[in-house]
Design a protein around this ligand. Sequence first.
Ligand code: 13P
Ligand code: ZN
Length: 278
Amino acid sequence: MPIVEPGPLVARALSEGRAVVGANVSTIQMVRGVVRAAEQTGRPLLVQFNRSGLTLIGGVDLAARVVRQAAEDSEAEVGLHLDHADTLDELSAAINAGFGSVMIDGSTLAFDQHLTLAREAKGLVQWSRLPLEAELGHVAGDEAGVTIGDASWTDPEQAVRFVAETGVDWLAVAVGNTHGGPPLGGLQIDRLHAIRDRVPIPLVLHGASGLTADELGVAVESGVAKINVGTSLHQAAAKGLTEALERHPGSLRSALLESERAVESEARRLLTSPWALG
Ligand code: 13P
Ligand code: ZN
């Protein structure tokens, strides 16, 4: 089916107490794997690229074409999201290419600079009415292509002000979650509740690869409507490739296919979680 808009998917997830899986990918094989998993499970999915994923696949235009084609070739509900951009130029390029939602990541900036950047980003996306995600507090850890600093947790009162003054549509929170690893000191559910009770927009949880099924379930019960996962999909791709090449050295074609199937299986595991939007 034609590519779908991410906004209504995330809104539906919030109203149903579920979350959309935001799957970070970097290659055509990964796109094909996650889209096939969405088709098999009948569950919607956002395909997401950050800067490093875009570099690997060959840029925003190619990324958009690949995802659009994969969606059209399947029965899955698939949207396309730009993850962790930190300049307005990146947002413009993605919007022009056909991305359906974008993230501006000013999470390592001082609060006032962050407000300014997020307001400018909102001004940029407003004409197209695409949802804008921003991150308040900072999710630390290790993510290729993403500016990483020291972890800082989302302050619920500051979140109210940030959302009111910028008009961002989705808010990524830092509540212990970490890119590429387990939460630092555990997931802070009380903090998540305090944010949820004050902030009237969908919350996004980054760093899902390091969270247990129980933690993800509790996070979604606590107002998270989009769950970002990247590391576990990339690890699955790498494992599939490595194992196939060990068995049949030099056979790239079968190794790429095996890698694609490994991504499909990992995406299926996530999409069949009880919290995943149906
Ligand atoms: P993980 O790589 O830890 O799954 O986090 C992905 C992410 O937050 C993408 O924005
Ligand atoms: Zn992230």
